[in-house]
Design a protein around this ligand. Structure first.
Ligand code: C5P
Length: 221
């Protein structure tokens, strides 16, 4: 009975993080939210006034960036260079820019290598965009999770803190733009790995999605 690694990829708002956290809880595995790492980097560079277009400056400053993902009672906390940034990394300002920083190869290389280190001892549920294709190509279970764009926007809206600052139409537009940038980028774009199982969750409950993933894992653990 060895531990396995589970990779969950898909577009924004598909419910990956909620599902991944639940699956990890049920299996007593560790959940790693790689989106939080790209968001933390975005928040950091944004604070320093370094734009994603200024790749040279981003790469120069990259060695100073320290991201901590701290598991806690009320979900994971995120610290950037010792500073609490859990809420800030979910802001509209970060949403608007994260996919542009995420295109930078040197930044991706750094985060991918951290992610691989975290998964070395197995027993990891990792969610993101390139986990099955690039970060953990040997993961035993790979899921590509989708849902209709309307359903994804509805799910994202419910967990947002700034609901009064954005309409559903704007949220759909923002999410579609982020998905487009993620799918069209040159370095490890968002796409389904050949050996990933496609899970369309539009008409599934949270419990049904969790159960279907856990049952795929049961053949290994
Ligand atoms: O998962 P989340 O929506 O928080 O991710 C935010 C953004 O971070 C994505 O839209 C994508 O641009 C980037 N990302 C990525 N690769 C990952 C995880 C996230 O490029 N593995």
């Amino acid at each position: 009975y060895g531990k396995i690694n589970i990779a969950i990829d898909g577009p924004a708002g598909a419910g990956k993080s909620t599902i991944a956290r639940r699956v990890a809880g049920l299996l007593s595995y560790v959940y790693v939210d790689t989106g939080a790492m790209y968001r933390a980097a975005t928040w950091y560079f944004n604070q320093l006034g370094i734009e994603p277009e200024d790749e040279e400056k981003v790469l120069q400053t990259l060695p100073n960036l320290v991201i901590e993902l701290i598991p806690g009672e009320n979900g994971q906390r995120v610290r950037v260079n010792g500073q609490e940034a859990t809420e800030e990394i979910r802001s509209l300002a970060v949403n608007a820019k994260v996919s542009r920083y995420a295109q930078i190869e040197g930044l991706r290389n750094r985060l991918v290598s951290l992610q691989r280190q975290m998964a070395l001892r197995k027993g990891i549920v990792m969610d993101g965009r390139d986990i099955g294709t690039t970060v953990l190509p040997d993961a035993e279970v790979k899921i590509f999770m989708t849902a209709s764009v309307e359903e994804r926007a509805r799910r994202r809206y419910k967990e947002m803190k700034e609901q009064n600052q954005i309409t559903m139409e704007q949220l759909i537009a923002d999410m579609s733009e982020r998905d487009r940038l993620d799918q069209e980028r040159e370095i490890s774009p968002l796409r389904q790995a050949e050996d990933a199982v496609l899970l369309d969750t539009t008409n599934m409950t949270l419990e049904e999605v969790v159960e279907s993933i856990v049952s795929m894992c049961r053949t290994f653990v």
